[in-house]
Each structure stands twice: as C-alpha cells, then as structure tokens.
Design a protein around this ligand. Structure first.
Ligand code: TEU
Length: 559
C-alpha cells in the first residue's frame, strides 16, 4: 500500500566516493557509511539517498553504470550493501537508490555486445544510426550537442555508424522506444525493491523519450542544441506510468525525478498525485540565480529576485496537486555558502543557517547534501589537474579551444565546478580531514578542513549542525512547516526574503536578510506578538512590526 512517508522525510544525500573511507584505500566505502549512520540519525535525517554504488568504470563517477545489479568493489560487496540496508532500517532510516537509466556505461555488457555483433538483439537497446555524408565527409546523424559539450554522437570505430550519448561519450543513451529496454528497467527496479530499498532518485529522467524520427535542430543554439527533441519527449508520461505499473506501484516506494529543464506544464504532470508518475521532482531554478541562462560556468552577480522566483514558483505550482522538493546543494553544485553573494569568510555560520532556514521551511521535502549541515565551503583548487570531474575538463578544453589562455580558462570554470562538492568530507582536523587514515584520497581534500570540519562545528557555540537539528525537528513536527500553503511577501525587496506558511489556522512567518549589513524590514501586521520559533542569532531586534536584521539573520515566527 502506498503511504506518503516522504512528505515528512528529511533526505540526506551521500556521494559514496567521498563520505568515509574505512579501509584507507583512498575511496569512500560502505563500511565507512555504516560507521556514520548514527551521525546522520543525530542530525535528524530520516532517509538517505545514495549516489550510485553500482559497478562502474567511473568515467562520470558512478553515473555510468556497467552492472545495475551489483555493487562496485571499491565500495564493497553486495553483502556489505545488504548490511547497510539493514543498519539503515534498524535506525529508521529509509534508503533511496540513484537510478541512472537514461544511459548505460559503454562498458555495460549490452553495449559491448551491441558493438561486437551487428545482429545482436542489444543493438536495438541503444540509439545507433548511420552517419551522413556531407560534401564527401562523414557527419553525425544529427547536429545535437551533448550536455557535456561537443557532438552528442560518437562514431563507432571502423564503421560509418554513430551512437547517441547526451552526456559523456562513455554514457550511451538507451533506446526507450524498445519495449524490452523498458522491461529491463522495470526488472532492475523490482530487483532493488525486492531487496527492501524504499525508493529511487531518477537521473535525468525527462530525457528518456526522444522525438522520432531523429532530426536536426535548426535553432541557432550552440549549447543544448537538439534539446527540444530530447527533453520532455512525447512518450515521457507513458514511460513513467509504465514503470509504475510494472514496478514502483508494487511497493511502498518513493520516487524523485531529476529533470533537465522541464517545461512548467510537464513538471506538473510528472508529479500530479492523480497521475501515477513520480511523487516529486527536483527544482533547481533558484540555483541558477548566480549564473547566466542556467549555464553554471557563466557567473553573474547574484539576483535575489530570481532566487525567489525559482524557490517559490514550484511551491505555488505544486501546492494541492503534488509534492515539492527543497534543495540548496548536491553533487553537481558548489557549496551554497560560497554562492549568492555571500561573505562566507566573515559570516559562514550565519549564511549557512539562514540559507537552510529560508529554503527548508518552504513547501516540500528537504534534501541535504553531505557536509552542508556543517557549513562546508568550496575548495581553493589550484589547477585543473586537481579536478576530477570530466565536465570541468570538457569546459576547460572548450575554453582553450576558443583561444582562452589556460590560467584564465581555469579561473572561468572554478566558480561553478561540480568538484567543490565532491572532495572528501571534512570530519575533523586529523589527516585528510578524518576521511581516512592518510592514504591519498581519489580526489584532493579541501585544505580548509583544519578549520572547517564536522567535529569542530558540532562543538562550537554557534554550530551549523546544531541549528540544522533544530530546524529539521520543526520541519518534521510542525504541521504548517510540512503542509502549509506558501505565500510570499515583498517579492520586489532585493535584500529580504519573506514568506508565510499556513495550515489549519496555524501560521508561520519566515524572513531573512541576504546582506552582510543590518537591514530593517517591516513585517505584516499579523506577525506582531508571534513567538520566535527559530533564529540563527541569540536575539531578534523587533519593535512593533519592524525587525532590524543582523547580517544574514533568518528568523521563523509562529502564530
Ligand atoms: O545530472 C544532470 C545534469 O545535466 C546536470 O545537473 C549536470 O550535472 C550539469 O549540467 C553539468 O554542469 C545528472 C547527474 O546528477 C550528474 O552527476 C551526471 O553527470 C549526469 O546526470 C549524467 O548522468
């Protein structure tokens, strides 16, 4: 029977490579994760989403899967995983697996067979097409661009054929038109559900369906060329319903989709409660408020109004129809305290807590990315060689190919790089931040760990972790914080964010200062006399309905 446990859930995301390395080989592992479950429980999370643990050659660090039914040996064995599942469940923590089924690794046996034998049935599992001869030269079947730069087609060696990859060339897109592919995917979901996992996060799900026949994109776009033929494709809703029918609905499973710039209409269709597609999808629009056109490397001055639009739009759209998510960080984004024009050298604690309060008190399930709860910061990478993410390298190379000198290209990519979130966790001030016992980690550590780490934060008088604990407790227990309708106030204010949540006569008012200076703000009349439920400072300077905010102060009132 389907329940709605996810509505009161607090999800904690683990990037297994970098969480905890128990055997000191440089890679995070399952044993390490188990050793930290009590910590996650203490924080107040109720579910864990694991970035991919499956077998993978790691061209895209686990997002290129070569066996959907096995655990990669650097993380442990299937027996270790079964124990992890048990250890989570015995602590009341739900387990959410990452499902990367838009593409497989090119090391997946299906793909290898498809290339090895022209008559293999697995050829139809992928999107393989003959190239085109243009003025005697062989060209890809269409002009689509990969999300990760360059053509979305890779020529199959020794032939005139190409296969489609909307991400790295080692991530071959599956052909979802083929019923057998869809059946394989349902079987994989059932395999994990049968083991007892509680749900899935679906990677770039709204690219499963492509527009057929495949055709050129005649728009002038350079980036995301072809997107109109592979985002929110015509059979998307049908495919999701089928996954539900054949797998998801057979269990009390939770689903959250990661979508690539869905249209507003489609975003709603995916999550409508009566639609039987997904329970919810991620909304990232507010995270584009410091970049141009959703391209995270193109930095621009932070735009608070855009942040508000992105944060509140989906809350309004989904309220009463489906469920929403609340996100500040994940493995694809830099640390939030180093974005949004925040002075994190002076106000790290204030900013980390304020951002959490304004985001997570909204309508939707909070997703916390490991380390966010301790206010971890970006890494001062010194050169491209310290970065492991293929995307950093692709964009760096692209900039250089446009004639940008190396050091400039490096500075260009550093701000938005996904690597910031992917360095080993800073647990304490010991070697490698306590990630392991000194073996060189797969990815360099953030040297800030000596100062900024979990242990130190938990012991501090002004601890981000302790604030998160209080915030999450409210978020789980207060009906208005869970179910309330969001109403934004003073949208045009470029310093302050303010909104209310209302449910069955109870009202919350959430307001925060996005500036490094104190700022006065007149609250609505009804807030007068309300109780302060949460505050990231010791006191709130209030007279009548005017609150004089300190830098990055955030306050939650209850009436
Ligand atoms: O990401 C999808 C995606 O397109 C972006 O978030 C992407 O990371 C960004 O545009 C690059 O700058 C998902 C995963 O979260 C990501 O880690 C994978 O690399 C990607 O899919 C491919 O599986």
């Amino acid at each position: 029977m389907k329940t709605d446990w996810y509505k009161k859930a607090i999800v904690y995301q683990i990037y297994p490579f970098s969480f905890m390395d128990s055997n000191n080989d440089g890679w995070g592992d399952i044993e390490g994760i188990i050793s930290k479950l009590d910590y996650i429980k203490e924080l107040g999370a109720t579910a864990i989403w694991f970035s991919p643990l499956y077998k993978s050659p790691d061209c895209d660090y686990g997002y290129d899967i070569s066996d959907y039914r096995d655990i990669d040996e650097k993380f442990g064995t299937m027996r270790d995983f079964d124990r992890l599942l048990e250890e989570c469940h015995s602590r009341g923590l739900k387990v959410i697996m990452d499902m990367v089924i838009n593409h497989t690794s090119t090391e997946h046996p299906w793909f290898k067979e498809a290339l090895a034998d022209r008559n293999s049935k697995y050829r139809d599992y992928y999107i393989i097409r003959p190239g085109r001869r243009v003025k005697g030269r062989l060209q890809p079947p269409t002009n689509w661009a990969s999300t990760f730069t360059g053509s979305a087609w890779e020529r199959i060696e020794g032939t005139d054929e190409y296969y489609l990859h909307l991400f790295c060339r080692e991530q071959a897109d599956l052909n979802w038109e083929h019923p057998e592919v869809r059946q394989e995917m349902a079987d994989i979901l059932n395999f994990w559900l049968g083991k007892g996992v509680d749900g899935f996060r679906f990677d770039v799900f709204n690219m499963f369906s492509k527009v057929w026949p495949l055709q050129d994109d005649d728009s002038r776009k350079t980036f995301q060329k072809g997107a109109k033929f592979f985002v929110d494709g015509p059979r998307m809703h049908e495919f999701l319903k089928e996954l539900n029918e054949k797998a998801l609905s057979l269990y009390d499973s939770f689903t959250v989709g990661e979508s690539f710039h869905p249209s507003r209409e489609n975003a709603l269709e995916y999550i409508r409660e009566d639609n039987r597609e997904f329970d919810t999808i991620f909304n990232f629009a507010h995270l584009d408020s410091d970049n141009i056109g959703g391209l995270k490397f193109f930095r621009k001055p932070f735009d608070l109004l855009q942040f508000k639009d992105g944060l509140f739009g989906p809350q309004k759209d989904s309220y009463g129809l489906g469920w929403n998510t609340l996100v500040l960080e994940n493995h694809d984004n830099p640390r939030c305290v180093d974005r949004f024009s925040i002075d994190s050298s002076r106000f790290r604690y204030e900013a980390a807590t304020m951002l959490a309060a304004v985001t997570f008190m909204g309508f939707g399930t909070p997703f916390i990315y490991m380390g966010q709860e301790a206010g971890l910061t970006n890494t001062p990478f010194r050169s491209i060689d310290e970065m492991k993410d293929p995307v950093s390298h692709f964009v760096y190379d692209l900039m250089k190919s446009y004639g940008m000198p190396g050091p400039l290209a490096f500075r260009f990519i550093r701000y938005g790089a996904r690597d910031h979130a992917r360095v080993p966790m800073a647990w304490n001030a010991s070697v490698n931040g306590g990630f392991n016992r000194g073996h060189e980690p797969w990815q360099c550590v953030n040297p800030a760990y000596k100062d900024i780490n979990v242990e130190k934060d938990m012991a501090a008088e002004r601890s981000v972790f302790r604030f998160y604990q209080k915030l999450l407790k409210i978020k789980k227990e207060n009906a208005a914080a869970i179910y309330g309708k969001t109403e934004e106030y003073d949208h045009g204010n470029r310093k302050i964010i303010a909104y209310s949540r209302e449910h069955e006569g109870k009202r919350l008012f959430v307001a925060a200062n996005f500036c490094a200076r104190s700022t006065a703000y007149r609250m609505p009349e009804w807030v007068q006399g309300a109780e302060v439920l949460l505050n990231n400072y010791d006191r709130a300077d209030i007279s009548g309905t005017v609150i004089r905010f300190s830098p990055y102060q955030g306050v939650v009132f209850e009436k």
